[in-house]
Design a protein around this ligand. Structure first.
Ligand code: ADP
Ligand code: MG
Length: 696
């Protein structure tokens, strides 16, 4: 059973599965696997028991304040909505929000605002019991599916007759904004707890309801109970009411096509989605729903590791613990409260796919705006999980607007640089941990370099990359800034060599010349490393140069005119001979003194892109066009025994010399990674062998 399958079993499993788990644990060979599985089982058991505890406790802790005591009494006065209000009402109800369900969020946010206002007044004005000095601050929601009714009631500040008229009668008139403005200068008031400020949220009720009733009683002394109602068409009515509890109760009569919003499960799901972190308890049909604290609003020092782990599993829907936690807040250039987690486990297949969304949700004042908010982090950071809360972002920003908002662009760039700085700090302060993280998530960083079009960002990601180096033991990793510190006196560039493995890199003819000159070379052994370094191009003002490119550019090497066993004339003849044999393939033939154990090598102008081209598109070209494009330069080592023999047999055995020359060239093409399928060489290789063995 794979670990993944196992996770599922445990997730949905029953106690009878315990022996299976036990046996599985015994059978695992690696300690790391055993630990991972044990953690998984433990966390799962914990989450089940806390779920059970929550369910049991709500059985006995049933608590609701919703009852039908309210009744409108006496004369009702009729009011007309102002004409712009009527127009706006239509817009809000029909098109401001992309999802209907957000009306629940809006009404809960209003209830929460009303509670926060009362909380503040209590602390600043010493309210009497009559004025709500000691009642519980709560939000209650009741669903009545049979009658298609949804009720949202709070024990907050309530409204007076005047407030009802001005706050609910005029669209875009926010009582909350006025409240904030009045208190701006006062000390000790945390404005961030108040959600509303645009004065349109309430009207979202008309997306789903054809009639809305409000019962309310203000906290102010001797307030009357009031009833407000409208069908949203053009007028609203206000009358006195009996049996009204302090606070506000909003009753929605849902349209036939929106009756799902009077379903208990549906409302629970919506509350959990948008309003899980609201500052006061929310009860749906008597059961408390929001149990997790909004950790990101707390002081980092007050949050324990266990709380982080629990929160991370809750929002990330996963079972591991975070490897790193970034709890961060700032007010400039934009308000941000962020809690971001970097996973410990290897990324799943799904996360690795570029189609998956980022794992960070966007909140404004603890209310969800968008889960998986793709616009607030670049795609390559999709493995980060967490919450970003910004007071500067209006709640009613729709999905489409989010993509184009300048505010979001700012948010994204601030967050990205903060994350990069954080990871860099980790790499310095927690090197071991960072290297583990890099092993699993380095792939995403590399994607970031290829995808980003911001050079500073590219460089910042570049500082996190790790490679093996010719100066270190196998398995040891170095960073690019570290390499820069060790540059040789005249060295300007950072040299790297892409090869499928370290062993192949070390045997490569390209590496040979660097070894001879004692230059450090980074070995890039992951498939896309050279593409990544090509995109990165520079770091700390040093070019990233492949050893092949350096070899092609370096002119020193061409001055190879000291030959062990021939004179210059013989070598020139050999080159002319080879030019004829390799016509239309080798565009240039030169001697080099940079090789030792290798007879020859091929260089092309830009090896990395050439290889990328061969891998992806070369099949579309015929052979001539292929070489025309690559323009290979063939460099030979005149001190190598094969080349020396070749000089001799070029006149005595021209047939063998020709086969040998062609084979040497093709071998070098394979060595350069420029031949897609080396099996194509077998025929010529056998021909050569047959010729060489003829005499025996
Ligand atoms: P906003 O919340 O952005 O101010 P809304 O349209 O959601 O705009 O609400 C308009 C105003 O109505 C609020 O500012 C507030 O003064 C008042 N209001 C709405 N719901 C309540 C409530 N449950 N208790 C007290 N006042 C409320
Ligand atoms: Mg509101």
């Amino acid at each position: 059973m794979s670990l993944c399958r196992f996770q599922q079993v445990i997730k949905f499993g029953k106690p009878f599965l315990r022996p299976v788990i036990f046996n599985r644990l015994k059978s695992l060979s690696s300690e790391a696997q055993r630990q991972r599985l044990s953690a998984l089982v433990y966390n799962h058991a914990r989450s089940i028991s806390s779920q059970a505890a929550a369910e049991n406790s709500t059985e006995t802790d049933y608590h609701s304040i919703i009852n039908d005591t309210e009744k409108a009494t006496g004369e009702s006065s009729k009011f007309e909505f102002q004409s712009e209000t009527r127009m706006l009402l239509d817009i809000v109800a029909k098109s401001l929000y992309s999802d209907k369900e957000v009306f629940v969020r809006e009404l809960v946010s209003n209830a929460s605002d009303a509670l926060e206002k009362l909380r503040y007044l209590r602390s600043s004005e010493n309210l009497s019991v009559d004025e709500g000095g000691d009642r519980n601050l709560e939000i209650h929601i009741g669903t009545d599916k049979q009658n298609r009714v949804l009720t949202i009631q709070d024990t907050g500040i309530g409204m007076t007759r005047e407030e009802l008229i001005s706050n609910l009668g005029t669209i875009a008139r926010s009582g909350s904004k006025a409240f904030l403005e009045k208190l701006k200068e006062k000390q000790g008031f945390d404005a961030s707890n108040i959600i509303g400020q645009f004065g349109v949220g309430f009207y979202s009720a008309f997306m789903v309801a054809d009639k809305v009733e409000v019962f309310t009683k203000s906290y102010a002394k001797d307030s009357e109970g009031l009833h407000w109602s409208t069908d949203g068409s053009g007028t609203f009515e206000i009358s006195q009411a009996q049996g009204v509890q302090p606070g506000t109760k909003i009753v929605l009569y849902l349209r036939q096509d929106c009756r799902e919003f009077s379903d208990d499960d549906m409302i629970n799901r919506i509350i959990k989605k948008y309003s899980n972190f609201v500052g006061s308890p929310i009860f749906v049909n008597g059961k408390k729903v929001n149990v997790i604290q909004p950790l990101w609003t707390m002081e980092p020092k007050d949050v324990t590791q266990d709380q982080h782990a629990e929160f991370y599993r809750f929002i990330g829907n996963c079972y591991d613990s975070p490897r790193f936690t970034l709890h961060y807040s700032t007010d400039a250039p934009i308000n941000i409260r962020a809690l971001l987690y970097f996973p410990d486990e290897k990324p799943g297949l799904f996360e690795s796919s570029t189609n998956s969304s980022v794992g960070v949700s966007l909140y404004s004042r603890k209310i969800l705006i968008l889960s998986k908010a793709d616009a607030i982090l670049p795609k390559w950071l999709r493995f980060v999980k967490g919450v970003v809360d910004s007071e500067d972002i209006p709640l009613n920003l729709s999905r489409e607007l989010l993509q184009n908002s300048a505010l979001i662009t700012k948010l994204r760039s601030v967050l990205t640089s903060r994350i990069l700085k954080f990871l860099f700090d980790r790499s310095v302060k927690q090197t071991e941990e960072f290297n583990q993280f890099y092993k699993n998530y380095g792939f995403f960083l590399k994607e970031g370099i290829v995808m980003s079009n911001d050079t500073t960002e590219k460089e910042d990601i570049g500082k996190l990359l790790r490679f093996e180096s010719s100066t270190k033991e196998a398995g040891e990793l170095v960073s690019l800034p570290e390499y820069c510190k060790r540059l040789a006196p005249d060295q300007k560039d950072i040299f790297y060599l892409a090869a499928p493995s370290r062993t192949l890199a070390e045997q490569s003819p390209y590496y040979e010349s660097f070894k001879k000159r004692n230059l450090e070379v980074l070995f890039c052994t992951e498939p896309y490393d050279e593409l990544v370094l090509m995109h990165l191009a520079r770091i700390n003002n040093h070019n990233l140069t492949s050893v092949e490119k350096e070899m092609r550019q370096n002119t020193e090497a061409e001055k190879a005119d000291q030959f062990e066993s021939f004179n210059k004339g013989e070598v020139d003849n050999l080159i002319n001979y080879m030019k004829k044999v390799l016509d239309k393939k080798a565009f240039e033939i030169k001697t080099t003194n940079r090789l030792e154990s290798h007879p020859c090598v091929v260089t092309v102008q830009d090896m990395a892109s050439a290889r990328h081209f061969i891998r992806t598109q070369s099949h579309q070209l015929d052979e001539n066009a292929h070489y025309n494009l690559l323009q290979p330069r063939f460099e030979i080592n005149p001190n190598h025994p094969i080349i020396q023999k070749l000089v001799k047999i070029s006149s005595s055995d021209p047939e063998l010399a020709e086969l040998l020359t062609k084979q040497l060239f093709m071998n070098s093409m394979v060595g350069a990674g420029l031949v897609e399928d080396p099996r194509t060489l077998l025929t010529s290789m056998n021909e050569l062998l047959a010729k060489a063995l003829e005499k025996y």
